[in-house]
Write a protein that binds this ligand. Structure first.
Ligand SMILES: [Fe+2]
Length: 323
């Protein structure tokens, strides 16, 4: 089974003869590989490049300046996270070779979810960074909520708007990552930019770069290197979608592969799709007979999220959500 390339346009327009085959290929690809490559999407490559350029300016600031924008007590869910803080869940001694920035949705002032989410952070030294990140967040959000989630809702035997309703004003996080050049990890055990992991969210969108960069571990244990032409949108199922479907839609283990040139650093900008704080993680009717459905523990989406943030080192704990 390979990761399918599916045109977002074909998927959305039922008048196109491609519509039905496209949705079958989407379902097969997600069930088998937890991953699909969307083509014909509206996230602008130049905007991604612009965010990378401004990100480069921010990450080049002295560490003591960057750390003014780091807030460990809030689980670093907005603003900066230093190099060496995050690690894969079961690999606490091998931090990933990355530093990153988190930008969330811009909700109206006084919105009731801000007490959970925290506010976005303005970087004084690179003022355009904020606006560019918001533009990219909005672009990804449009694809996620207007296109991707409605098609997945149908695969879950719900109405098209179901997931969008549940994720309305959700805590979607754009993460701008700088992976350090591999040359910096000489002498360390292993040298992958990001160790094997699964994403905690409902699903993740990533603007693909040419030549790919992800290695997937499929359900049978085999490895698959995702080949991309550059510019596609990769979608991967996260742990929350896996949980509510009783593991029918798998959250696939993946890692970022090593660059050919060890002196080169790279950037990427995944978009993590999260429900709002009122969403409960529990197996949906229709998936309760899945063989692994019994493994899913009922919890609020916030408790589910913060459990993992503590496990990967970016929140100091304890979990602020009792349910
Ligand atoms: Fe990931």
């Amino acid at each position: 089974m390979s990761v399918q390339r599916v045109s977002l346009l074909a998927l959305l327009d039922p008048r196109l003869s491609e519509s039905r085959p496209a949705s079958i290929r989407l379902q097969d690809s997600l069930l088998e590989t937890g991953t699909v490559l969307y083509t014909d999407h509206p996230v602008d490559r130049e905007l991604v490049g612009h965010v990378f350029t401004l990100g480069q300016q921010f990450f080049s600031l002295p560490i003591e300046v960057k750390q003014r924008y780091e807030f460990p007590e809030q689980g670093r869910q907005r603003g900066y996270t230093s190099f060496g803080v995050e690690h894969a869940k079961d690999n606490p001694d091998r931090p990933d070779l990355k530093e990153f920035w988190h930008q969330g949705p811009q909700l109206p002032d006084g919105h009731r979810y801000y007490k959970d989410y925290g506010h976005n952070v303005l970087v004084k030294e690179v003022p355009e960074f904020f606006k560019a990140l918001n533009l990219l967040h909005t672009a990804y959000s449009g694809v996620a909520h207007g296109h991707v989630l409605p098609t997945i809702s149908v695969l879950l035997n719900k109405d098209r708007e179901w997931l969008s309703r549940e994720t309305k004003d959700g805590d979607d996080v754009l993460r701008l990552i700088r992976y350090l050049a591999q040359i910096h990890c000489q002498g360390m055990d292993g040298c992958e930019p990001a160790a094997e992991h699964q994403d905690i969210d409902l699903g993740t969108l990533i603007h693909a770069r040419r030549g790919g960069g992800l290695v997937l571990t499929l359900k049978d244990g085999s490895k698959l290197t995702l080949e991309t032409e550059g510019g596609e949108l990769i979608f991967q199922t996260g742990d929350m979608l896996q949980a509510i479907t009783g593991y029918a839609f798998p959250s696939i283990t993946h890692m970022v592969k090593r660059q050919k040139d060890p002196t080169k650093e790279t950037m990427s900008a995944p978009f993590f799709i999260h429900p709002n704080p009122e969403f409960t993680i529990e197996v949906l009717d229709g998936f309760k007979d899945q063989p692994r459905a019994g493994e899913v523990k009922r919890a609020s989406s916030r408790r589910f999220l913060f459990k993992r943030l503590i496990e990967i080192g970016i929140h100091p704990g304890p979990n602020p959500y009792p349910f």
